[in-house]
Design a protein around this ligand. Structure first.
Ligand SMILES: CC(C)(COP(=O)(O)OP(=O)(O)OC[C@H]1O[C@@H](n2cnc3c(N)ncnc32)[C@H](O)[C@@H]1OP(=O)(O)O)[C@@H](O)C(=O)NCCC(=O)NCCS
Length: 148
């Protein structure tokens, strides 16, 4: 398994995968160029992640996706472990903001994240169309965090 940084000039090649985790291009563009992108390869591409530096001591996962055909095989969990390793040296905290969707929240909690705070109406106020997950409209952004 290979964990590699993606060069800035290659980031948009992966837009189709990023759109699975965040379905509006203009929202992805808000973090894609200032963030670091990583890919997990094992033969072919298994998972992608974009991480930003928000302020001293705080990094944030902005986008994490496992290729649909490889989900539930441990690649998301392994990507989180690689990200923690990559940023551990500086210490601090790793945040992630996500929709109030049980499957995603369970995944992050299994990876050791704890609920932090909620940004009310984030998905309603920032996206140009309603976002649905598991048949339910997403409204609030739920933030989780983990100490590095
Ligand atoms: C969320 C996501 C990244 C998880 O990646 P993954 O590679 O499928 O996850 P893993 O196989 O590493 O799962 C680790 C554990 O999390 C939990 N988990 C993962 N997906 C789950 C689901 N859909 N329902 C319930 N639990 C889940 C399980 O406990 C799993 O362990 P197990 O399979 O041994 O039971 C992946 O489902 C995905 O890409 N979803 C679409 C994009 C998205 O919603 N991204 C998150 C918002 S940024």
């Amino acid at each position: 398994m290979e964990f590699v940084a993606v060069a800035d000039c290659d980031k948009t090649k992966y837009m189709d995968l990023l759109l699975i985790a965040d379905e509006q291009v203009s929202m992805i563009e808000k973090y894609l160029y200032r963030g670091d992108m990583y890919a997990l390869w094992e033969g072919d591409l298994k998972a992608l992640c974009v991480v930003t530096w928000e302020r001293p001591g705080v990094h944030e996962i902005k986008n994490l996706v496992t290729a649909p055909q490889y989900q539930r095989r441990g690649y998301g969990r392994r990507m989180i472990a690689c990200i923690e390793n990559r940023y551990r040296e500086g210490g601090g905290e790793l945040y992630v903001g996500t929709g109030d969707s049980p499957a995603t929240l369970i995944f992050y909690q299994k990876c050791g994240f704890e609920k932090s705070h909620i940004v009310k109406d984030f998905f309603v106020d920032n996206y140009d169309h309603p976002i649905y997950e598991g048949g339910k409209q997403l409204r609030d952004m739920v933030y989780l965090k983990k100490r590095l």
